[in-house]
Design a protein around this ligand. Structure first.
Ligand code: FAD
Length: 416
């Protein structure tokens, strides 16, 4: 069967690419290996789909080429995204810049995309995995579940196969092999937006404790990144949005054999001297209490105990006996609590993959490959990963929209 445009992957970028290509009048086929389209979108934003963010800046997108993402976004940005989805029926709801469908159901986003695909006669075949692309043009071979192989012919091909984060939702990394077969360079994919592992024993003691903290990431003892928000200690290490935000830098540093640690500040609003004064006043007010009792009410009781121990103090030390240097040590530990990192959780627990197809080999104005005419690459398959907050989906919508309109437009022009 012949199509103007074939799209590999019915995920976020693939479905938008299909719609925009079909709007240009192209005949479009989307091939999806899972049993249904848009599986990962359904899991986004805890099932509510944080589909973009009103705040956009270069540091929301990470890549070997820092400028590439903003060049792409200048062609189809967050405002265009909101308008695109409004046109499909999604009423947007904004909270602190984070944009969700008013229904708070990710299924609404998938449904409007699929309804539009249907209206535009986009063909979607599921349960078929693209395993190979050969000549002429784009002869696409896809394996069915019974191991038989379907063959489709496309004038243009969009690789929208995603990365390799959360493979059970679809993207299993097979897109990298397809891109490599065209001669593309793939920067080693590593987990991003992922919890971090630590062998520090206190993590197990603190497992389940949630608290606000400023999280500073250090690589080979040099400051690398900083985020603030709620963290969660776990049996294996540490999680929470600020940890996930810095995790892609930790993953890459560990992969390069560098040392990684986090410095947590549990009292961001005040200086170490102010904290020491506050602790001194608490000791003076209750000289009969132990250090651990003196801290009751400041933090989670497990954290109080661990912080005192990590400061090198005895939790049973009475406030009456505590000396100025003891209080200073405690204040310093609360402001600079070190967690040594020895790994990341696996791709199964990652919300995105860093690395991917080198953006140097892709034209930012069309998403067309600079290596093979008529080939387009979108979404997480590329070496761009967004921070938490709707940026990965924004990247998928932007690249999908640009690739679809170029592939669709040029496929029709050639035909005429
Ligand atoms: C749990 C979770 C929550 C998330 N929440 C958010 C959020 O709230 N906001 C946000 O911005 N981002 C979020 N993300 C990230 C976001 O979902 C992804 O970055 C985005 O979906 C990537 O879009 P994509 O089109 O590149 O790939 P995907 O959406 O992964 O789609 C790729 C599709 O291609 C198919 N495919 C792969 N290989 C083949 C093949 N060889 N043949 C046929 N089909 C193939 C896959 O099955 C898949 O359906 C979340 C991710 C996860 C895992």
């Amino acid at each position: 069967m012949d199509y103007d445009v074939i799209i590999v992957g019915a995920g976020a970028s693939g479905l938008v690419a299909a719609i925009t290509a079909a709007e240009k009048g192209a005949s479009v086929l989307v091939i999806e290996q899972k049993e249904k389209a848009g599986k990962k979108i359904l899991a986004t934003g805890n099932g509510k789909c944080n589909f973009t963010n009103m705040h956009q800046s270069p540091d929301c997108y990470r890549s070997n080429d820092g400028a590439f993402a903003m060049k792409v976004l200048s062609k189809f940005d967050n405002i265009s995204t909101v308008k695109f989805f409004e046109k499909l029926g999604i009423v947007p709801k904004e909270r602190d810049g984070y944009v969700y469908p008013n229904s708070e159901q990710a299924a609404s986003v998938v449904n409007v995309l699929l309804m539009e695909c249907e209206r535009l006669n986009v063909q979607i075949v599921c349960n078929e995995k693209v395993i190979r692309v050969t000549e002429p043009d784009f002869t696409v071979h896809a394996q069915r579940q019974d191991d038989s192989v379907s063959t489709y012919f496309g004038r243009k091909l969009v690789l929208a196969a995603g990365g390799c984060a959360s493979p059970k939702l679809g993207s299993d990394g097979s897109g990298y092999a397809l891109a490599k077969a065209f001669g593309h360079t793939v920067i080693k994919p590593l987990p991003a937006l992922v919890p971090l592992k630590s062998q520090d024993r206190f993590c197990r003691t603190l497992s389940g404790v949630r608290t606000l903290a400023k999280v500073a990431l250090y690589i080979d003892n040099g400051f690398a990144a900083c985020e603030e928000g709620e963290i969660i200690f776990t049996d294996y290490g540490i999680s929470g949005i600020p940890v996930m935000q810095v995790s892609r830098f930790a993953a890459r540093a560990l992969d390069e054999g560098k040392t990684v640690h986090l410095s947590l500040d549990f009292t961001t609003g005040i200086s170490v001297d102010e904290l020491a004064l506050m602790l001194t006043e608490r000791c003076i007010a209750s000289p009969h209490k132990t250090m651990e009792q003196m801290m009751v009410g400041m933090f989670n009781s497990k954290l109080n105990y661990v912080v005192i121990r990590e400061a090198g103090l005895n939790p049973e030390l009475s406030c009456r006996a505590a000396r100025k240097p003891d209080i200073e040590k405690l204040a310093k530990r609360i402001k600079n609590f070190t967690v040594r990192i020895n790994g990341t959780n696996t791709f199964d627990f990652a919300q995105a993959a860093s690395g991917g197809v080198s953006t140097a080999e892709v034209d930012a104005s069309s998403m067309e490959s600079k290596i093979r005419n008529g080939l387009y690459i979108t979404g997480e398959l590329l070496d761009v990963d967004g921070t938490c907050g709707g940026y990965n989906l924004q990247w998928a919508w932007s690249t999908g929209h640009i690739a679809g309109s170029h592939a669709g437009g040029t496929a029709k022009t050639k035909e005429k």
